[in-house]
Design a binder for this molecule. Structure first.
Ligand code: DC
Length: 226
């Protein structure tokens, strides 16, 4: 098998992208890139520095923020960590306030332009599994493989509730459902690089699949190309 395939995995919140992408990357010995974590880290920077993304000079503030931000991925004890200006923010970026801000923030054109460049630079010519919303449509339109993962809103809300519970965050399932619905609607309807299936992406509904089954499906498709 070629060792530098670009594998794009897109889909709505909690559709199984991260788990699948991580395991596929591990199986193939590829780099794994969670682009959502990158948007989340910038959202955290905005929270810490009181940057109002609805202000008149938001574009300028975000652009300035990007020039002050360094993002780095590191794998520590088989877990993927993201560092914002050398600080490990992997846990903090999963909290509800960061999650909520990451969606409207990611609609900003100036931020997306910088992110796309950064994401392409990180991957360079390496084999990589990259997950997000616009990977198959914008970041790597010529990716060797494109997958679009979906799952019912109910299943996705249950998954997110379990993630929160594992992290010790208590949240009502109906509230989670509502939050996911709003975030997906915003991410799908924005002007810049909306969440959408690339025409040539393979759609996988993970609602009734185990993690093992969804990973196997992806790997099987990749291996049949060889
Ligand atoms: O995948 P996630 O839930 O961690 O992503 C957080 C937010 O970042 C999501 O609401 C939309 C945005 N995002 C994006 O616009 N483009 C990407 N490639 C990845 C995430």
């Amino acid at each position: 098998m070629k060792n530098n395939y670009i594998i794009a995995i897109d889909g709505p919140a909690s559709s199984g992208k991260s788990t699948t992408a991580k395991l596929v990357a591990e199986h193939l010995g590829y780099t794994y890139i969670d682009t959502g974590a990158m948007y989340r880290a910038v959202a955290l920077y905005c929270i810490i520095n009181n940057i109002n993304i609805d202000s008149k000079d938001a574009e300028f503030q975000i652009s300035k923020a990007m020039s002050e931000i360094s993002l780095e991925f590191r794998k520590i004890n088989s877990e993927y960590h993201i560092f914002l200006n050398k600080e490990d923010v992997s846990k903090r970026i999963r909290e509800p306030d960061v999650t909520a801000l990451s969606s409207p923030l990611s609609a900003k054109k100036i931020l997306r332009e910088k992110m796309v460049k950064l994401q392409r630079d990180i991957v360079k010519d390496k084999g990589a599994v990259i997950e997000g919303r616009d990977i198959g449509t914008v970041v790597f339109p010529n990716a060797d493989f494109k997958f679009f993962l979906t799952a019912s809103l109910y299943v996705r809300a249950r998954r997110r509730a379990k993630q929160y519970a594992d992290e010790g965050i208590k949240m009502d399932i109906e509230q989670i459902k509502q939050n996911i619905f709003i975030r997906d609607s915003n991410d799908s309807s924005r002007k810049n690089a909306p969440l959408k299936k690339a025409d040539d992406a393979i759609e996988i509904d993970t609602s009734d699949l185990t993690i093992e089954q969804q990973v196997d499906k992806v790997i099987e498709i990749i291996k049949t190309k060889d």
